[in-house]
Design a binder for this molecule. Structure first.
Ligand code: FRU
Length: 479
């Protein structure tokens, strides 16, 4: 049973949804096939799980404002990862251990009971922060009952200790938590349990030392893929280095081998997951076919969050498309899940495009909700694709650099770009959804994710080259 206070909070949130529904839905920037908040601010995806035939995606949600604050867990369900249904909020801040927010966390199936772990965030009047790792359970996947605190802050860490991700390995449960050490280094900290209630602190499996890799790590996730152990984590406090670490905070991963007995994790270097502007706090789950699926927040904390034009319509942010992860060597490739093909209609196909120092638009290749696929790409000079006169993707065949450029929505009139080196470009797979774009290069070897907000809505997609470019082009309308 939920407490009266939690029920009251949830009722207020539902009223907020009703009150603003027509304003939110009238926003021309509203997305068509991505998860968004019904009102207010959405951030991290939480509790991703395929459970009893249904996919669950929970998310960090502030219903009453388009700023951060005392977070709820919003809730969506789906049978196919494509068509989603909104459910009642799963968790609301209400108890002494979570009164300033039910922060990020994860879900597991414990013998048929859907079990959530989240961080109870508490702030005293004087600003002192407390953190509690909490549990909540459900037998129907729709109604959740809080069970209180299962992990207290261990010695050696500040109260920036949150985002429990729980999984099972050889009949024991493990939990990894994002942390800040008392020396102000970001860490990923491991716990072990037999029953999900009592947790043994094993220690940090990875982290910075002496300030060399950020002051805080958020939203860790550990999983086995391709015979290796992957740790995804979001470090805060990295300085930009060439084309790397251009966003305010990062999201990336390590690949290695985790010794579950000792908590030793021998791993390689950190690699960024996404090269675009808006991508953070990814989380993964295993789907019904055994594939590792990742969904992230299409936003970054503190990065022009108050400047998003959607705020005028009382909502902000969205989640990325679900992406299948595949490990190729020590590199994570991300592929848009196959089921997205269910959204396709109006196929247009140009089997032999060949451009020579020209600018081209193709009949039928336009729109606001579009999937574009370019295969067998080759060329010289620079190939660029301009979308809605606002965002432009280009690849320089000589310099071997991919660039995403957009007009800044925070500083109008200013262009800004993100780049990465890519030794060749063979395929480009682009998903445009009104005001979001996700670009997968070479079957997901690199990905650029971004929001964009053109001044004037148009549906143009323009191809340009100052040299030569040839490819096979497919386009679908989506939704
Ligand atoms: C990441 C994060 C998490 C925290 C949550 C609060 O975006 O800061 O560390 O649990 O958001 O909404």
């Amino acid at each position: 049973m939920k407490s009266l206070n939690e029920k009251k909070q949830i009722q207020l949130a539902e009223e907020e949804i009703k009150k603003y529904a027509s304003i939110v839905e009238s926003d021309p920037n509203r997305l068509r096939y991505h998860l968004m908040p019904p009102v207010g601010l959405m951030n991290d995806p939480n509790g991703l799980i395929y459970w009893k035939g249904t996919y669950h995606v929970f998310y960090q949600w502030m219903p009453f404002a388009t700023t951060h604050g005392a977070k709820f867990w919003g809730h969506y369900t789906s049978r196919n990862l494509i068509h989603w249904e909104r459910q009642a909020p799963a968790l609301a801040p209400s108890e002494w251990f979570d009164r300033n927010g039910c922060y990020s966390g994860s879900a597991v199936d414990n013998d048929g009971v859907l079990t959530l772990f989240y961080t109870g965030n508490v702030k005293d009047d004087d600003g002192t922060r407390h953190t509690y790792q909490c549990m909540a359970i459900s037998s129907d996947g729709l109604h959740f009952e809080k069970k209180g605190v299962v992990v207290h802050l261990p010695d050696g860490y500040t109260a920036h200790f949150r985002d429990p991700k729980v999984w099972k390995h050889e009949n024991k449960w493990y939990m990894v938590i994002g942390a800040q050490s008392e020396q102000l280094d970001g860490k990923a900290v491991l716990f072990r349990s037999d029953d999900l209630m009592h947790w043994e602190h094993i220690g940090a499996i990875a982290g910075g030392e002496d300030g060399n890799f950020g002051y805080m790590w958020e939203c860790p996730d550990v999983f086995r893929l391709g015979g290796k152990d992957v740790l995804i984590v979001c470090p805060q406090g990295l300085q930009p280095e060439g084309m790397h670490y251009q966003n305010v905070y990062q999201a990336g991963y390590f690949v290695g081998q985790l010794n579950y007995e000792t908590g030793q994790y021998a791993h390689g270097t950190f690699t960024e997951l996404d090269r675009g502007f808006e991508f953070y706090a990814p989380q993964t789950m295993v789907d019904e076919y055994g594939r590792r699926i990742m969904i992230a927040w299409m936003g970054v904390p503190d990065q022009d969050e108050d400047k998003h034009p959607t705020i005028a319509y009382r909502w902000v942010h969205a989640l990325t498309l679900p992406r299948e992860l595949v490990l190729v060597g020590d590199k994570l490739y991300q592929r848009p899940i196959e089921q997205l093909q269910l959204l396709r209609s109006d196929e247009v196909h140009y089997p032999n495009v060949s451009l020579h120092k020209e600018t081209m638009q193709f009949d039928g290749v336009e729109g606001k909700t579009v999937e574009l696929l370019l295969k067998h790409i080759e060329g010289q000079g620079v190939l660029s694709i301009d979308i809605q006169n606002d965002v432009s993707f280009s690849y320089d065949f000589e310099k071997r650099v991919a660039t995403l450029q957009r007009e800044s929505f925070a500083r109008r009139g200013e262009k800004e770009k993100r780049q990465c080196v890519l030794s060749n470009l063979r395929t480009l797979h682009i998903f445009i959804d009104t005001s979001s774009i996700e670009i997968f290069l070479n079957e997901g070897e690199e990905v650029f994710t971004a929001r964009f907000f053109p001044h004037e809505k148009n549906e143009h997609i323009v191809f340009k080259t100052n040299g030569r470019a040839a490819f096979r082009l497919y386009k679908w309308k989506l939704c």
